[in-house]
Design a protein around this ligand. Sequence first.
Ligand SMILES: C[S@@+](CC[C@H](N)C(=O)[O-])C[C@H]1O[C@@H](n2cnc3c(N)ncnc32)[C@H](O)[C@@H]1O
Length: 387
Amino acid sequence: MVQSARHFESFEPHTLLKHAILRAYEERWARVLLVRTGSPRRRVRIVDACAGAGQDESGNPGSPLISIHEAEKAREQLSTMRGEPVEVQVVAIEKDRARFAQLSQLVQEFHGRHTAHCGTLGDYIARLEPDFGNTPTLFFIDPFGMEPLQAEVVHRALGGPQNEVLLLFADQAALRHIGAAAAVEVADDPVLSLFGGEEAAQPPMPSKELKLTADAAIRIMTAAFGDERWRRVMSLAPERRRQALVDLYGELLKSMGARHVLSLPMIGKGSRLKYHLMFATRSGKGYEVMKDSVERAWNGELVADKAVQMMRMGVAAPSTVIAQSIRTHFAGRRVAWTGDRSTDSVRVYALQETAAMPHQLEEIKQLLAPLRVPGERAFVYDFRQVR
Ligand SMILES: C[S@@+](CC[C@H](N)C(=O)[O-])C[C@H]1O[C@@H](n2cnc3c(N)ncnc32)[C@H](O)[C@@H]1O
């Protein structure tokens, strides 16, 4: 049985980890955006674009129910704090009719505060776009495989000034598509015989089946990347292709307006890399909150320690490189570790403007050699000699 058919039997540990990241992010996200009393902003929205059935067969909540529970908690708490009603709305979209029917029953219990739709994000995005200006929207796009990932739709999702996207990039499926496309191209290439042109060997014709698979692969990859840039990866050695695809997709998200992209390798049973979770945002604060959410999920003992170690290694840039970029950025200045903004705090700058993950902060601190200010308790970082 294919993996996707078993997905809703009982969520696997890497799925529970993905859910923990989503939950931790949503918990903070709605509060950051709606906490200010008197702010004209009264609504935020979560769009779960590949929502599934709502839960697995053991009753573990799936992403739409997790989002709804977080939304309900945030709405109640923030409405009380602000003394005025705020909305935290979930829009769940599912293509499969049977899963949609299950999902829709679960969503109905929330008296119309959240909605479920049968179809794809491409079918519904035009209805969401008019609200983008006053409704920061977090898109969670969690497909099986690459097919539902359409560059044109992801670009539109990132169109709102405060919109963000958390998506599953199925790099294993992308690699398979590249292999299928490459197989027919090799067969299509004229193969010259060792003895020169006239005796050119005839390449075997690709079978009809191979050709159909390749055509589908090319169509899916071109829709996912918006053009044929993915073909560049075909010329790389097989062991370099996977990371190259993730990097290329990260660049694509940046070209769609994201200032920051966090690419998180998700490791499953047997230490196998399952896919990458990719987060795209314009906001330094959003980037910091997502890193923090990932750390909290890693610390939740949902997957083996070894898997967490591999994910930490896979996502982090070397601390020495980050420390050097901090020195260069603050050259000529003396700066505190803590503060509110990335302009006056080394810590906030590291988390919001560099690839540093929270678990690297202690090491980065030591590399930057803090100084105690005479007569004060605070530590500062002196970059006045840096050129
Ligand atoms: C990995 S499952 C989603 C699981 C769910 N997000 C969760 O965490 O509980 C992927 C779902 O996307 C649905 N799907 C596939 N293509 C889709 C598309 N183009 N638009 C919306 N849903 C799609 C599948 O039917 C499946 O239910």
